[in-house]
Design a protein around this ligand. Structure first.
Ligand code: FCB
Length: 451
């Protein structure tokens, strides 16, 4: 790794931020006319979420957003990526809008702008309205149009103040786990349903890009992809084949059609029955940037436990892990940044990176989290090594501002720069919060011309 300090190596200007998502932090699940999402339903199914947790209260950000924006201002970030809860603004997913829900995001966006933090709005971070799931959700081709109509509503309402929009967060994750591998809402395990969902999400992306462009003249648009090198867990031929197939789905199912107008050859033939003429042209619409989320590489094995025939094998024994069990390998981050830059050629924003550890507050309210600081140091260092290699990275967002509802892990996994004491909902900035604030300050200081 390059030994020069980070602040000497970061390009100017470089955008520092944090990311969150609606279902994971907002709470207020039954307030002000919000409709149900598939995660409200899924989290109530016995045994699906650790501890039987739900997002009903989460971090209560819906009521405490001002305190959270003040934390962002203290952190010194330039941008905040959040998602809108589709069922909060359209309780039935389509049709009548919910003014109280729309007004919440007005208040949030205004508070961000007043604090000098640029809002980055993500339309979809997994919380499909349950009313649309009842009509087949993403397996129904109409869902692409429902999504496009929702995108128009959001663009018209906030486009005067918000210019940065992401269509989907990690479509490969919510389709693979939600429709084939198990473990996420809506809890379907079926390969044909997976293929349909993938295609309809891609159609929704293309349609939403067109709607956003039409409504917001100076919009800057992208989609957010979870990119992880997929390595075979062993040398066996079947595990190598499984890793290649999984790579095609995980890293290619969305960026390839959206940015190159093709489905990856590994499953293009299987996808063909779901395509209508011109679909790929409608999906492949020009965007401005590539949102890249990264946590760790996958180690893949062939397996018959799901219809895709792949599963997760062990990482090499000497690789350290986070409390999620995810391998900590900063060089994999450099590798995937380089690959995605070469493959798609778009400016990259790292829209999520971070790690979970079992943080414990001290009696004085401080929260030491040295392992998270080491992780962030190593990963930002790897990112700047990629930049030095010529990869065009324009910004970096830590996942996450707050500890929050971590999907199947409930509240048992803490990713925040700020500790949330769930019984009281008190926010306690961790040591990594101060570390990140210092990094941002030192970067800004180094960006001031010295003449
Ligand atoms: C990503 C998700 C995000 C969060 C992090 C830890 O895959 O986008 O919501 O759960 O993982």
């Amino acid at each position: 790794m390059n030994s020069r300090p980070l602040s000497d190596r970061s390009p100017t200007p470089f955008l520092w931020g944090v990311s969150t998502s609606a279902y994971q932090i907002e709470g207020a699940a039954h307030e002000d006319g919000r409709g149900l999402s598939i995660w409200d339903t899924y989290s109530r199914l016995p045994g699906k979420i650790a501890g039987g947790d739900t997002g009903d209260i989460a971090c209560d950000h819906y009521h405490r957003y001002r305190e959270d924006v003040a934390l962002m201002q203290k952190l010194g970030i330039g941008a905040y990526r959040f998602s809108v809860a589709w069922p909060r603004v359209l309780p039935e997913g389509r049709g009548a809008a919910n003014e109280a829900g729309l007004a919440f995001y007005d208040r949030l966006i205004d508070a961000l702008i007043e604090s000098g933090v640029e809002p980055w709005l993500c339309l979809y971070h997994w919380d499909l309205p349950q009313a649309l799931q009842d009509k087949g959700g993403w397996t129904n081709r109409d869902c692409a149009n429902w999504f496009a109509d929702y995108a128009s509503l959001i663009a018209r309402r906030y486009g005067d103040r918000v210019k940065r929009f992401a269509t989907f967060n990690e479509p490969s994750v919510f389709t693979l786990f939600g429709y084939c591998l198990g473990g996420q809402a809506p809890g379907i395990v079926d390969r044909a349903m997976l293929l349909r969902a993938i295609h309809h999400v891609n159609l929704g992306h293309g349609a939403a890009v067109d709607r956003l462009r039409a409504a917001v003249a100076d919009a800057s648009l992208g989609a957010v992809h979870n990119c992880q090198p997929c390595r075979p867990a062993t040398d066996k031929a079947e595990d190598r084949a499984a890793a290649d197939l999984f790579d095609a789905y995980w890293n290619g199912a969305f960026p390839d059609p959206q940015l190159r107008g093709i489905y990856p050859p590994a499953f293009a033939e299987a996808m063909a029955p779901h395509l209508q003429p011109d679909d790929l042209a409608m999906i492949c619409r020009p965007v401005d940037w590539f949102g890249l989320n990264h946590y760790s590489p996958h180690y893949v094995v062939a397996s018959d436990r799901n219809p895709l025939g792949v599963w997760f094998g062990p990482a090499p024994a000497d690789v350290p892990r986070s409390s999620m069990g995810w391998p900590v390998e900063p060089q994999a981050f450099r590798e995937i940044l380089t690959n995605m830059h070469k493959r798609y050629g778009l400016p990259i924003y790292v829209t999520e990176n971070g790690t979970a550890f079992a943080d414990q507050p001290l009696p004085n309210g401080e929260v030491p989290d040295a392992p998270r600081i080491s992780y962030l140091q190593a990963y930002t260092g790897a990112m700047f090594d990629a930049i030095a290699d010529g990869v065009d990275v324009r910004g970096y967002f830590v996942w996450s501002l707050l500890d929050n509802f971590e999907w199947g892990s409930g509240y048992s996994q803490r990713f925040g720069l700020v500790y949330v004491d769930y019984p009281t909902l008190r926010r306690l900035p961790k040591a990594s919060f101060h570390w990140y604030a210092d990094l941002i300050t030192s970067h800004s200081a180094s960006a001031v011309p010295t003449v």
